[in-house]
Design a protein around this ligand. Structure first.
Ligand code: GH3
Ligand code: MG
Ligand code: MG
Length: 405
């Protein structure tokens, strides 16, 4: 693996250099959150796939321009965006959106009567958003990400199946369960919808008790699934992302950076002489110390695309997409200072308080290079920081031009 060091000793603790880095960083353009790519639609023919992608594209364009209508108690001005909504603003009862804790359900139906009816049936238990046509429905779904969508099959311009395809082709709405509402009620149509992935059907004319029962079941499943998904990616002790999530995100960001050619930075952190801390103060205090350090780490990174994770034991990692070595070293120094500033006493540690050592790498990667090499090099830098006396940052730039093996 071809690497180069940015300076002769690779040790950073000079305040002037940090200041210069800070100025450099302040002058760099701000990072936007990455937009997810549409990976295709689950259409059953190429014509449908083409139509879906066209619709998705139109929908995306419109999403950037239009604020979707939100129906609430106060009858906000956005309600007037839709003739259907403006006629039924008082239908939804409940607290203001900002204090809203009830699950959200989006109802998409071209018939105002049914929007009214369903909102009446479910309005006491759920926050209800409505749309009188598919395009608006998709916009609202992407912006508000409801827990469930009730989607009418028979609508003019874009029917429910097509709206469903677009919802499933969009990463922002892909995971939202959909119940179809249909007046057709034949086996072929219902089977088609269920095969596409709809979670259930509601038949017109609507039976309120049946609607409530079906909706409650699906909302409970969705909430439970969301909770499990969150648990699967969270470290139980610190609340940070866990190793599993970090590995997935590293692979994703690495692949993205292979394509974009932008720099990707990684920080690996290990608490110094933490065994001594545990021995002196006990494991419960050790756990509390890890939680405090996790909080400090979260505070030290600012971009929404940065990921802080617990790598294992008393080791943490920070993934910094689109970040130069200079930027990453500034952040590593900030983290190191935040941890020192906690001033957690550790009588047997060299410094007398809890400190950490950090290894940093950043680089542009070529096809054929390996993510394992990046991790291994970050680890090497971490142990250089340890060997250099602990409570410090060591770093290295990964060579841009030479492929790694
Ligand atoms: P070094 O400066 O070389 O990193 O020394 P160290 O003592 O930190 O490293 P070592 O690998 O010898 O010990 C790591 C310690 O971290 C030992 C283990 O008890 C502690 N540790 C790991 N995970 C946890 C945890 O979840 N809770 C607590 N309280 N301690 C933990
Ligand atoms: Mg360790
Ligand atoms: Mg340690």
């Amino acid at each position: 693996m071809a690497m180069k060091s940015p300076d002769s000793d690779s040790q950073v603790s000079r305040s002037e250099e940090i200041e210069a880095f800070a100025q450099f960083k302040a002058s760099s353009p701000h990072l936007d959150a990455p937009g997810g790519a549409v990976t295709g639609s689950p259409s059953d023919s190429s014509r449908e796939a083409f139509q879906s992608s066209l619709l998705t594209e139109r929908y995306r364009l419109r999403t950037g321009l239009a604020t979707p209508a939100l129906l609430n108690t106060t009858g906000s001005s956005s309600v007037a965006d839709s003739p259907v909504l403006s006629s039924i603003p008082s239908m939804i009862a409940g607290p203001a959106a900002s204090r809203e804790r009830r699950p959200t359900i989006l109802v998409v139906d071209d018939e105002p009567l049914y929007l009214r009816l369903i909102a009446d049936i479910l309005g006491n238990d759920f926050r209800i958003l409505v749309a009188d046509e598919g395009m608006t429905g998709m916009e609202i779904a992407a912006t508000h990400v409801p827990q469930l969508i009730l989607l009418d099959l028979m609508m003019p311009v874009i029917d429910g199946f097509e709206v469903y395809r677009c919802l499933k082709a969009d990463p922002r709405t892909r995971e939202i369960p959909v119940i179809f509402i249909t007046g057709i009620g034949d086996v072929v149509t219902e089977t088609k919808g269920l095969r596409m992935g709809a979670v259930d059907y509601i038949n017109k004319p609507i039976n309120p008790d049946l609607v409530k029962a079906r909706v409650n079941t699906q909302i409970n499943l969705k909430l439970m699934r969301d909770k499990l998904l969150l648990l699967a990616v969270t470290d139980g002790l610190t609340g940070l992302a866990n190793r599993f999530h970090f590995d997935g995100m590293l692979a994703y960001e690495y692949a993205r950076h292979l394509r974009s050619g932008e720099e990707l930075a990684l920080i690996m952190l290990d608490i110094d002489q933490f065994k001594a801390f545990n021995d002196a103060y006990g494991h419960l205090n050790g756990d509390e110390c890890l939680r405090k350090i996790a909080k400090a780490l979260t505070k030290a990174v600012s971009r929404c695309t940065d990921l802080v994770a617990r790598y294992g034991g008393e080791e943490f990692v920070v993934l910094l997409p689109d970040t130069s070595l200079r930027g990453a070293v500034i952040i590593a120094e900030r983290i190191r200072n935040c941890i020192s500033d906690l001033a957690l006493p550790s009588k047997d540690a060299c410094a007398g308080f809890v400190t950490a050592s950090l290894g940093v790498v950043s680089g542009r990667f070529l096809k054929g290079s390996s993510i394992v090499d990046v991790l291994a090099e970050t680890d090497i830098q971490l142990y250089r920081a340890k060997a250099g006396g602990r409570n410090r940052v060591a770093f290295r730039a990964l060579e841009k031009s030479a492929p790694m093996h």
